[in-house]
Design a protein around this ligand. Structure first.
Ligand code: NDP
Length: 243
């Protein structure tokens, strides 16, 4: 589980542990991962913490090996780590584009590549004989909007890559699923520049947003479907979200 230190990732780790999975929690903030692990262990679950910056291919490869060494196998990957840095294209610093591309897209590719040899093995072996890759895209991966151009581009790319990969691996019983949430109450927008945050504030003030647990519940369902059922794409919005 990448990006397990907060928001959707933390909630999904708790959800999957509750469904009986031994969960590896990966992200950069160790203190936050420790809190999630403690919660899982307090509920009787199994959680391992592995520090990870998804932008570094060597670090990713080592982290995936550590996960397999500690937990014995890898049969489900949730590519959730992401950043959303908004703002008009002309005024946005190029470093923000680069960060979104390297986390949301290249990071997801690094993790997927490192995990596939183990997912192949898991898909061949009992008890499940199926493996899962869940890629967290966004409603922004279906619909572009002003001030979201590079974020949109990364999430559209996640959708395109996921469909191509699905066609390559699905006959081996590796399922590839894309989950596309609308607005979820998390820390995601808090990493924006102050002027962008000011412009965003109030935009969804009256909206009853999704909670991270709503997305986690869906992911839990997706990865526990019977072996012959693959849920390849799900768009979920808060009911009152119009766009
Ligand atoms: P959060 O900001 O709470 O979570 C983002 C996670 O990504 C954190 O755990 C963070 O961990 C991790 N992360 C960021 N950069 C890196 C990195 N370089 N290496 C490893 N991990 C990293 O936001 P959300 O829970 O909302 O976001 C999760 C996913 O959901 C993202 O992909 C986002 O695009 C997507 N999404 C969110 C929506 C929303 O409305 N909130 C809507 C649609 C999609 P750390 O900083 O500890 O490394």
């Amino acid at each position: 589980m990448t990006g397990a230190s907060s928001g959707i990732g933390a909630a999904t780790a708790v959800e999957l542990a509750g469904r009986g999975a031994a969960v590896a929690l990966l992200a950069r903030r160790q203190d936050r991962l420790a809190a999630v692990a403690e919660r899982i262990r307090a509920g009787g679950g199994t959680a391992e913490i592995v520090e990870l910056d998804v932008t570094d291919a060597d670090v990713v490869a080592a982290a995936v090996e550590t996960v397999v060494r500690r937990l014995g196998r890898l049969d489900t990957v949730v590519n959730n780590a992401g950043v959303m840095l908004l703002g008009g294209f002309e005024s946005a610093p190029p470093q923000e584009w680069e960060r979104m591309v390297s986390v949301n897209l290249t990071g997801l590719l690094h993790v997927t590549r490192a995990a596939l040899p183990y997912l192949n093995k898991a898909a061949e072996q009992p008890p499940r004989q199926v493996a899962d890759i869940v890629n967290i895209s966004s409603m922004a991966g279906r619909k572009a909007f002003p001030s979201g151009g590079v974020y949109n581009a990364t999430k559209f790319a996640v959708g395109a890559f996921s469909e191509s990969l699905r066609q390559e691996v699905t006959s081996r019983h590796i399922r590839v699923s894309v989950v596309e949430p609308g607005v979820v109450a998390t820390e995601l927008a808090s990493h924006n520049r102050p002027e962008v945050q000011a412009a965003l504030s109030g935009q969804f003030a009256d909206l009853e947003t999704l909670r991270p647990e709503d997305v986690a519940d869906l992911i839990g369902y997706v990865v526990t479907c019977p072996r012959h059922v693959a849920i390849n794409e799900v768009l979920l919005r808060p009911t009152a979200q119009v766009f």
